[in-house]
Design a protein around this ligand. Sequence first.
Ligand code: NAD
Length: 351
Amino acid sequence: MILVTGGAGFIGANFVLDWLTQSDESVINLDKLTYAGNLQNLASLEGDSRHIFVHGDINDQQKIATLLREYQPRAIIHLAAESHVDRSIHGPEEFIQTNIVGTFRLLDTVYRYWKEQEGKTQQAFRFLHVSTDEVYGSLSKDAPAFTEVHRYQPNSPYSASKASSDQLVRAYHHTYGLPTLITNCSNNYGAFQFPEKLIPLMIVNALAGKSLPIYGDGQQIRDWLYVKDHCSAIRRVLEAGTPGETYNIGGWNEKPNIEIVHTICNLLNELRSADYHKLIKYVADRPGHDRRYAIDARKIERDLGWRPVETFETGIRKTVKWYLDHQDWVASVQSGEYRKWIETHYQEHVG
Ligand SMILES: NC(=O)c1ccc[n+]([C@@H]2O[C@H](COP(=O)([O-])OP(=O)(O)OC[C@H]3O[C@@H](n4cnc5c(N)ncnc54)[C@H](O)[C@@H]3O)[C@@H](O)[C@H]2O)c1
């Protein structure tokens, strides 16, 4: 089996659901259920013995050690993190505690477990750390896209904490030989994304007739990847990546934020026959807002044969439709009802 951290979050839930569609290998899902963790995302797995949910913190070394001893996973997919840049600007401490200290504690506990393994089991073990393109900092308009050897220059407390965790993972490979893999991915979008991030926020606000706030001039450029493509890339890196290596993952979809919002409005206009563009409202820019991220994803394509399946046009259409079809999910997130899910639907693991 494999152990996933943060599997009740946006990418984590998509990863667990896709994993169990493709394979019968069980998943232990360790998640603290912060505001961003939502077990309702995994409701379709209720009663499925291949999914073992454990309510816990990656800072809790004793709990992790017990889980490792009990389940003997062959790999760790580390997704748990504080992930929202705006929150990191208003309250960076939680980002340091989870993304840096938590990753260190997880790594160290996993290292001790791995050291006790022998032969092929030890060799085949993997620690896959999921990170972001934001660690590389901001690019000028015409600069080449980030490759895996691009200098780290994180600009927000979020990206600095992720950069720091990447370096710890790298060091555990270099110093102790732990078979690690690092992926640095661009902006994800798709089902189950908490409506504080750009794409779901715009869809949810538009449907509620609220304004669509655009930071600054809206010309900040990001590369966008449909979340299921990210999940397939993680599976591919786990399967065939070389320990100690980093793989950049991207969708070859560089777009300014304002274009993303216009695309969402066009789709909603078409599907809902109303004019959503009039809701767009420019607001003061985020402090220290990076202008451009772009991913050069040629290494993962060349070495591991991975490429995204969705174009931005197909992925964003699926996403907008998902939010239209799952307004009960949105309502439950907005009311806070989703936080009660664990009490009513899951028996907490006492490991
Ligand atoms: N969303 C993106 O566009 C994107 C892009 C590249 C990389 N990433 C990385 O992918 C990972 C997942 O991102 P996401 O968007 O799904 O995030 P998310 O905020 O939706 O989910 C994070 C999950 O981690 C859990 N968590 C937080 N602190 C924890 C702790 N101390 N112990 C255990 N669980 C904890 C939360 O409860 C939540 O379920 C993060 O590491 C993020 O940096 C995200």
